[in-house]
Design a protein around this ligand. Sequence first.
Ligand code: PEP
Ligand code: MN
Length: 364
Amino acid sequence: MNATQAQEKEKTWLTKEKRPIVIAGPCSAETEEQVIETAKRLKATNKVDIYRAGIWKPRTRPNSFEGIGVQGLPWLQKAKEETGFPLTVEVAKASHVDLCLEFGIDMLWIGARTTVNPFAVQEIADALRGVDIPIMVKNPINPDLSLWLGGIERIEKAGVREIGGIHRGFSNLSEKFFRNTPQWKIPLEFKRLRPDLPLLNDPSHICGRRDILQDVGQKAMDLNFDGLMIESHIDPDNAWSDAKQQITPEVLGAMITEMVLRVDYEDVPQLQSELETLRDEINHIDDEILNLLSNRMIVSRQIGAYKKEHNMTILQQRRWESILDKSITEARKRNMSEKFIVRLINAIHDESIDQQEEIFKENT
Ligand code: PEP
Ligand code: MN
């Protein structure tokens, strides 16, 4: 066994040998009963490897629930005693690391709002020096691969050997479909640059809703991610944070059971041809186009509602002419055919009008 193999062998949870690695648990620890009950029901599914819970919650707005704090750590210890699950908790500063170590948390993760800040990541890395506990680093909220890789390098330099990435999507201003846009090209580039590190996908924070979790998780499996982190709650609608995206342990179990695990891309040489790579790229772009179109239709309907309320006509001829002119100018700059762009914009416009007509017909 060479030195690299010896290092691999010591890896306990963040390994590429078991696929998918499934991490599940509530967004936030809320009460002792909720923490223990969720763990037991997740254990019963037989699909989960590691139990997660947020203890300190980085919230976008003040006055939301900011986490139960240190009093939740003994509840997690109890959940581990009852289920045998290894535990993982989000840390955002050195004192969180110290408390997690004191309470026997088995692995830690750095959240998206912390990865953006090299000072904070360095503070965590310094607290980890000489500890060597497995660490996962979520992508930063902005789509900056270097910042993500840089965070991982800071942790590596502290001597941590078991490291993984978590792709949880990227903030956006106007996205309606996803809570955090996946931008799949970024995690794929992560995999290309760091093939040595396991990469997990967090469909919960990408979707922000339940109905598309399965599809996003499946897509991650199709792209050969190594695992999934999914939020689960015994009473999702009444969760104290991220209620819309959490699912019960039983739904989570069924979701993992239904996932199709395809063979490793790298094991099938003919799939690695350049043509396949280009097709893959086209697929991602098509996904993004569909997503943008669906967002556009949502905004169109909002405009429809506004026009209806203010007794305006649906077709505003001058506005439409200016959209068309602008699109033709932009298409020319990109060396695209004018004929094509006129056809495309007309099709989009026709559909927008249909959508607005539907709004006008609704009796409100
Ligand atoms: C979480 O996992 O609950 C969380 C806060 O995630 P993120 O850092 O991805 O927002
Ligand atoms: Mn959450």
